[in-house]
Design a protein around this ligand. Sequence first.
Ligand code: M6R
Length: 629
Amino acid sequence: MIDLGRNYMCGITGYTGINQAGPILLEGLRRLEYRGYDSAGIAIQSESKKDEAGENGGDNTSCTLKMLKATGKVSHLADKFEAEPDFKGVCGIGHTRWATHGVPSDTNAHPHLSADGKFAVVHNGIIENFADIRAELQKYGIEFKSETDTEVIVQLLAYNYKGNFKKALMKTIARLTGSYAIGVISDEHPGTIFAAKQASPLIIGIGIGENYFASDITALVSNTKNVIDLDDGEVAEITPDEVKVFDHTGKEIDKEIRHINWDIASAEKSGYEHFMMKEIMEQPHALKATIEPRVKDETIVFDEIKGLDMKKFNRVHITACGSAYHAGCVGRAIIESLCKIQVEAEVASELRYRDPVMDEKTLVIVISQSGETADTIAAMKECKYKGATVLAIVNVVGSSIAKLADYCIYTWAGPEIAVATTKGYTTQVALLAMFAVWAAGELKTISHGAYTSMVIDIMHLPERAQRALDLNTKVKKMADKYYDNQSLFFIGRNMDYAVALEGSLKLKEISYLHSEAYAAGELKHGTIALIEPGRLVVALCCYEKLFEKTVSNIQQVKARGAEVLAVAHEGNRSIFQEADDVLLVPQTDPLLVPVIEIIPLQLFAYYVAKKNGCDIDKPKNLAKSVTVE
Ligand code: M6R
């Protein structure tokens, strides 16, 4: 599996120099707000005091570590800072947290302090073996305060510390598996920050008599444009006058200083013009974050739903809104196919008022990126009232839906800022597929061979998503050709139809063009009357079992003058005889096709909207989180 890391959750920053660290750290955190977060915090080394014994690794002074944390906005943290005139120091670290392990709270917010108060850490990433390390340290009597995976880093560091900061840190990170970008300060080493990186981003900013680190350029760009990119496995020792970088063996290495010329706005979007494009491009990373921690030895492991007994249910009901509902339509097909259980999918705004027939033998799956959608919450309450068990698939940790559900699986897609969901949708579908395979294993409705083959295909999704992005560099050309069609159709059968629903919604919500998704075989029952010369029909042709059938529908619309843009698998030669234009995606298991097939359609919607001059990230009349009925 390709190593894509998880580079979007949380933001970290650090400063050491001659100026007060507090305001600089807060400004850095404000710049990182765009990444999405639910709490924030800073730690500083407060005024130095003389270390008479001179015992501290060569330094003859020490200091006290002070922390401030706040749930919610960085502005809350800034208010707390203003109220603490003694919160002074010239070296510190800061963090915006997007919860993954443990709800958003002051206790779970970073920085985390070691039990002896000697070290403070900020961390972006996920420590996969945190439970083992935590259990081990607890045996030595070390008490943990938070529910986070991060706290093990700082407790282990304090445990390993015998006077040499660098040695203790190297020993600590050698134990960690997963991803991390960390910044650490100690009360015994005034002015020194250590930073380390593995599969999460971290850059060092070079100033004059002051140096910085951060998750990305945004937090640094107003202070310096000279940066060092830390690579995986490397450790940096940052002091006001010097930055030393070491490889994983501890040997000092030379690093190049890079000059950047981005302004703040382009830095926030990692150089992309819009968050939507950034999030489309993040999908391989997001899928990896969703999938990888839940696969062990080709087996799907959901620690989150231990105790969920699939044998108790005689049917499954999926409910959600918008794109999440479209993900549910895909989920219905996968669960039915693998688990041989009756599954329905229904929009939450209908289900909530329908008096549905369900009882304690019904499993309801609710899907929501934000976890705050009013209709979805109301529908799930109705289902719970009727005795159903509710399993939520949610992106935002600690959201209302996550809390109300009996069980919750997080997609871990990272914050999604653009109103039009992209990585939110693909990670929902991937998780539904994983759930279906897991449930089929529990119900024994899948053979060992089919189970393993599905798991392998699921694990390949991140690199196939990357391939779909790489293959579709010409989508912009297609958008330039078709952008002024005022009304168009998306057609497909089975899985392709489910993707048509999402492709059509993507286009209409950001480009304001009228578009409809149709089950390809249904066109001739009325809608074909609307097909006329020049009308664009986007034909989804990846569900190969029904390819020939979809081809006849293509021929029917072409006979009436339509232009056809097809999406098909790489290697499908015959589609070029049928369609005017073709977008290709890599092969995958038929049940997983939607994760990959939607990608060129997201790009198509993006470029059509751009060509039409639309406000892509904030389309008119829409909100990211629909908390009203
Ligand atoms: O946060 P949710 O997933 O519950 O939101 C559901 C819909 O409002 C959402 O998917 C909406 O359709 C998106 N704008 C689609 O891109």
